[in-house]
Design a protein around this ligand. Structure first.
Ligand code: MN3
Length: 201
């Protein structure tokens, strides 16, 4: 079974004005689609064929650039679409809210740490909120399409929230103003889905 580009769970223009429709069309239909096709090509006929994407990333030979870049790109964007919603924003509730307070002192403390990780990632990459075994949370960032599930990237645990800070994710609407894009992201975070991922991890 080859990997398939997932359908967006909302319309291209649903996240406006925070993320514009044209960016979503290109990002999902061109970028994510490209990672999906190239991942399938890269694993065809190898030991990775037929494995789950999580298993592929966890057992990755980091010198395998095509699976690293395209497997990461496939997984990261699947997560990204899921953790946004037109009715998003606000703050998490329940166990996840408690874990955020424990780890960062407050929701504002988390927001500052996450925004800083996203803003200071030089060049292309991602900011993450990850959960470690036992439920402890960590904010970190990774380069390019690397992902916390991959071995030895210095950013571990299971990612439950991710923000794409490649220029392709925001340049049409925000140009060089990455901090404005990061601020806007907080208006579309689907905390219900992030909490679901927290409970699963
Ligand atoms: Mn992207």
């Amino acid at each position: 079974m080859a990997f398939e580009l997932p359908k967006l769970p909302y319309a291209h223009d649903a996240l406006e004005p925070h993320i514009d429709a044209r960016t979503m069309e290109i990002h999902h239909g061109k970028h994510h689609n490209g990672y999906t096709t190239k991942l399938n090509d890269a694993i065809a006929g190898t030991a990775h064929e037929g494995a789950s994407i999580e298993s592929i990333l966890k057992n990755l030979d980091m010198d395998n650039a095509s699976v690293r870049n395209n497997g990461g790109g496939y997984y990261n964007h699947c997560l990204f679409w899921e953790v946004m919603h037109p009715d998003g924003g606000g703050q998490p509730e329940g166990d996840l809210a408690d874990a955020i307070t424990t780890a960062f002192g407050s929701f504002e403390g988390f927001k500052d740490a996450f925004a800083k990780a996203a803003a200071t990632r030089f060049g292309s990459g991602w900011a993450w909120l990850c959960v470690h075994p036992g439920g402890k949370l960590e904010v970190c960032s990774s380069a390019n399409q690397d992902n916390p599930l991959m071995p030895g990237i210095g950013c571990g645990g299971t990612p439950i929230l991710g923000l794409d800070v490649w220029e392709h994710a925001y340049y049409l609407n925000y140009q060089n103003r990455r901090p404005d894009y990061i601020d806007a992201f907080f208006n579309v975070i689907h905390w219900g889905k992030v909490a679901e991922r927290y409970q699963q991890a």
